[in-house]
Ligand binder design. Sequence first.
Ligand code: NDP
Length: 251
Amino acid sequence: MLDYQAPRDLLKDKVILVTGAGDGIGREAALTYAAHGATVILLGRTSAKLEAVYDQIEAAGYPLPAIVPVDLKGATAAHYRGMAETFAQQFGRLDGVLFNAGLLGTLSPFEHIQEKEWDEVMQVNVKSEFLLTQALLPLLRQTAKTQGDASIVYTSSSVGRKGRAYWGTYAISKFAIEGMMEVLADELENTGVRVNTLNPGGTRTKMRASAFPAEDPMNLKTPADLMPLYLYLMGSDSRGKTGQTFVAQPK
Ligand code: NDP
């Protein structure tokens, strides 16, 4: 899938929301979607990082993005509903959402998992995605009706399909995302809204470095290497593909 060649105007006129757009894979995806013509909504918790991405998009002459600073740890259903209303008023459409923001938490034996950390990781990796999806669905459905399709992409992990010792809450949260994707994809069949998960595999970011501190990052793929798959799933070439897990770096 990393050999997909996206046309330059793949996402022309589309509006795409990227969560965790200030750093790592999300930052690269936001820049790449903008380079392919999308108006990108940059959601993240650190305004300075989002502003830096905004400036880079503006300097490149791509469609001007929007910035939504929000901490997914504290946001409520009411915040997400307000956000969805603003997007509907401002853009009138939402062609895609990349749920990318994620929290690793502490890798530890199961018996040492702290309740507070369990709640935080589940809040950011699962509950916020559930609530935000719920709030955005009317706009996504409407866009699919008028434009022909819309795409929801959740970010999974290898430990979201096969549990691994010490990966604790993070692994369990990614299993939940795989489940949410399957339930929703089944429900949305024939609506034009496709729902899939993307497992990027080991990628050179801060999160990967904190999980594998002794590893040489130069041996890893960069976020930019993965972008063909991120583009494929967001653009209309993946129309009709739904309910699937896409693995960027199959073994
Ligand atoms: P990074 O840690 O580099 O980036 C994560 C992004 O999520 C950051 O922009 C961060 O914001 C944002 N974020 C974290 N917590 C919150 C929050 N409470 N509210 C809003 N935004 C938040 O991670 P990666 O780029 O490596 O990971 C991206 C996705 O890919 C994650 O879902 C991860 O689980 C998944 N993944 C990554 C792999 C890898 O090897 N890198 C492998 C498999 C899956 P800020 O910068 O402000 O902290």
